[in-house]
Design a protein around this ligand. Structure first.
Ligand SMILES: CC(C)(COP(=O)(O)OP(=O)(O)OC[C@H]1O[C@@H](n2cnc3c(N)ncnc32)[C@H](O)[C@@H]1OP(=O)(O)O)[C@@H](O)C(=O)NCCC(=O)NCCS
Length: 268
């Protein structure tokens, strides 16, 4: 049965029968490209090609696959990056086959990614995500403990993926400080510490419907333009996204405050 991203309600395949491991051989890397095509439905020109998976695997990145018996059902791709003399991992893609979603597999792959990053000596994994995606925001901030304090306008240009609904690809940059107090506490308690937000930014539950419909897409664009301004102002004022709440109607709200840990590669 297909899993609805809009509601998260369905009968997903249990994730604990799925084995997660690093991928090395060409057939496994090819399976990642095939699954990428299935999940994003990009045109061939926009697909991340096999060659980049090969390079990532060879130069200290990560290609991680999740397998139900012999079939790949999810993958993650990371490449090494550097900023201000520090190395980190940039996680470029995470994809879970529809039938396997909402069973904790995405989270399991991220924690596998964290363990592997720690073993390689990295402190930071970054990735970008669409703040209009309520599900991804909840997963990244509330279930993984990432923070965000940078906003990138139309990062990839307008892409062919129906998941992106023809909108500018505005992205928040998730910073996952894998040794931080925040992430270690979350691993123990399963949630972020309670916080009093200094500022909030909300996304309505209807955003999925608006993005998917050519007639309603201008409403999604309006929300995007509005939150873009709010994030840029809040980040310029030193705030960071530290929490995320969903309400009973499925609306999502970013909770912003000042982060009290010193982790940063931006300081001189
Ligand atoms: C994003 C993605 C990788 C997540 O994988 P997953 O296996 O479904 O993730 P998990 O099951 O670990 O976590 C999903 C969480 O979102 C919640 N969720 C599901 N639908 C939701 C919705 N519409 N709104 C809010 N939260 C939602 C789930 O309940 C779960 O939270 P919980 O653990 O607190 O219950 C998967 O949806 C996917 O492949 N999406 C398409 C590609 C993509 O967007 N990739 C990420 C950017 S590169």
């Amino acid at each position: 049965m297909a899993t609805s991203e809009a509601t998260g309600k369905s009968q997903p395949v249990a994730s604990d029968s799925v084995v997660i491991r690093k991928c090395h051989d060409l057939d496994e890397l090819r399976a990642c490209v095939d699954l990428q095509k299935e999940v994003w439905d990009f045109t061939d020109a926009e697909l991340v090609p096999l060659r980049l998976f090969v390079v990532a695997e060879k130069v200290g990145g990560q290609v991680i696959g999740a397998f139900d018996r012999d079939t790949m059902v999810a993958f993650a791709l990371s490449v090494p990056g550097a900023r201000n003399g520090h190395c980190y991992l940039h996680s470029n893609m995470l994809a879970v086959r529809v039938q396997y979603r909402n069973a904790g597999l995405g989270r399991r792959i991220k924690f596998f990614q964290r363990e592997d990053a720690l073993a390689q000596g990295f402190d930071l994994i970054e990735w970008t995500f669409d703040p209009l995606e309520i599900k991804n925001s909840h997963l990244n901030i509330e279930r993984l403990g990432a923070i965000a304090r940078r906003y990138s306008i139309n990062q990839y240009g307008i892409t062919s993926s129906p998941l992106q609904g023809g909108l500018p690809t505005d992205r928040l940059i998730a910073e996952w400080w894998v040794k931080s107090k925040r992430v270690n506490a979350l691993l123990q308690t399963g949630s972020n510490p309670a916080m009093k937000a200094e500022h909030t930014i909300s996304v309505p539950a209807q955003i999925y419907e608006w993005k998917a419909s050519p007639e309603l897409r201008s409403k999604a664009r309006d929300v995007q333009a509005c939150i873009q301004g709010e994030f840029l102002k809040a980040f310029a004022g030193g705030l960071a996204v530290l929490g995320y709440r969903r309400d009973a109607q499925g609306n999502g709200t970013f909770l912003l405050g000042h982060w009290d840990e010193p982790w940063s590669y931006d300081a001189a």
